[in-house]
Design a protein around this ligand. Structure first.
Ligand code: ASP
Length: 453
């Protein structure tokens, strides 16, 4: 056999083809296969078999959750400690907040407009819904106090992301201020960040199998009889999320970051698909960080700050879903909302989405807050609850794509985005993180010649 024949027969080996495939293609195929198999199991009355594969998906989710606390902490300390001066951080923070808030408010407005236009709740039988306890909104003082951990170890143990962010940033600032003497600590965090990224790549290699199992479970356990009566609201939430991504993020990438939107959407496919199946934006965070660095060329300095914050406070999909659901419930109960009630919904949904944890189903609980703000019956939540997982999938997908879009815009404006890496069609393979992945992997190297000032 000549060397060429050997090579081409190796190429035809399906296992080799699968292993050599880019990660996003593997995840995509896994999702499609899971969907088909799940529907087949459901239609043949084998929903219990579909449910039995869920632990495989849960195993993957546990793996990525395991990374969250050390990954955020270590990469953020390393990122902040690599800043030359603290003014940069203030500027980064302001840009990030403004963009997160603006995109969220736009998302709710799109949700409200589409719900008013398509009237998904008109003619819905609300039946006898169960009473739901309203969720109390925390006071502003409590929210601010809650940002500062009284005990960092407790913040780690309870995975309180905002408290970890605050502690990591202060620690990073202290390392900068301590100067020369803190060099060993800075070197330690840089090295630890490398190790965390490597660990992340190991876990992410299992993404296709986790995604497959979760998809079989969802498609296999949700029958058409559950989904059909509410197909209108499901379709609308999916449509609104897709429109928001294409129009708002597309425009941000094109006009604010002056980058190619098609490449952006290609570059965020892995986190979008993992978020879609896991319904947890916090859980997806390690994948989002990995893809921002490898596919979108964002420097670690920016991604380690903007993405964890986004996974905690930026939930465009959740806000949009809350907008649609409130109008849907009002329509189902035959309540006409006034203009000032719409304004209240925009405000409370923005705040509620900020307060929503990036975990499965959290948006549904926060919906009670928005309903209370406009005096709608909380029982309406029970109608949504039956199909919430299906809505959670798409809104979580949008949540993480939104985080990535803002990260790209902020990184670009700071000269912290490697355009060559962004423009190169990405081929991130399972288990792959090359140590020389380019400037993005080194927080000390700015991707442009522009000094950080
Ligand atoms: N599951 C969503 C997320 O993790 C939150 C929500 O329920 O809306 O982003």
């Amino acid at each position: 056999m000549t060397r060429n024949t050997v090579r081409s027969s190796a190429r035809r080996n399906p296992l080799r083809v699968w292993l050599d495939m880019a990660l996003w293609k593997q995840i995509f195929i896994a999702l499609g296969l899971g969907l088909v198999l799940g529907i087949a199991l459901n239609q043949t009355g084998n929903a219990d078999i579909a449910a039995s594969v869920k632990p495989v998906g849960d195993l993957f989710i546990r793996g990525i959750k395991m990374l969250i606390v050390p990954l955020i902490f270590i990469t953020l300390v390393a990122g902040v400690a690599s800043l030359q001066d603290l003014k940069t951080m203030g500027r980064l923070g302001v840009k990030t907040f403004v963009l997160y808030l603006a995109t969220t408010a736009i998302a709710i407005s799109i949700g409200l407009a589409l719900a008013v236009l398509f009237k998904p709740g008109v003619g819905i039988d609300i039946g006898t819904a169960e009473a739901v306890q309203p969720k109390d909104a925390p006071s502003i003082a409590d929210t601010i106090l809650g940002l500062v951990p009284t005990n960092p170890v407790e913040a780690f143990a309870t995975a309180n992301v905002l408290q970890i962010i605050v502690f990591a940033m202060l620690l990073g600032i202290a390392i900068v201020m301590a100067g020369e003497v803190a060099k060993p600590i800075k070197t330690f965090f840089d090295a630890a960040a490398e190790v965390m990224y490597k660990l992340t790549s190991i876990i992410i290699a299992f993404a296709p199998y986790g995604v497959f199992a979760l998809m079989v479970w969802v498609a296999g356990t949700y029958g058409m009889d559950v989904l059909a009566p509410l197909a209108g609201v499901i379709g609308l939430v999916y449509l609104a999320c897709i429109l928001h991504a294409l129009i708002v993020y597309g425009a941000m990438i094109k006009f604010l970051a002056r980058l190619n939107p098609v490449r952006f959407f290609q570059g965020t496919i892995e986190p979008a698909l993992v978020a879609f199946t896991s319904t947890s934006s916090s859980g997806t965070l390690p994948v989002t960080m990995m893809s921002a660095e490898h596919n979108l060329g964002v420097s670690r300095r920016v991604s380690s700050f903007v993405l964890p914050l986004g996974a905690t406070i930026n939930m465009d999909g959740t806000a949009l879903y809350q907008g649609i659901c409130v109008v849907f419930i009002a329509q189902a109960y035959g309540v006409d909302l006034t203009t000032s009630q719409y304004a209240t919904i925009v405000l409370t949904s923005t705040l509620a989405s900020i307060g929503t944890a990036g975990v499965p189903g959290a948006g549904l609980i926060m919906l009670s807050l928005v309903l209370t703000s406009v005096g709608l019956p909380l029982e309406g939540i029970a109608i949504i609850a039956g199909i919430d997982r299906i809505l959670d999938m798409v809104r979580t997908g949008l949540n993480v794509v939104g985080d990535s879009a803002v990260t790209c815009v902020v990184a670009r404006s700071e000269g912290e985005l490697d355009q060559t890496l962004f423009d190169t069609p990405h081929v991130l393979k399972a288990g792959e993180t090359s140590p020389d992945a380019g400037p993005a992997s080194d927080p000390d190297r700015s991707v442009s010649d522009r000094p950080l000032s």
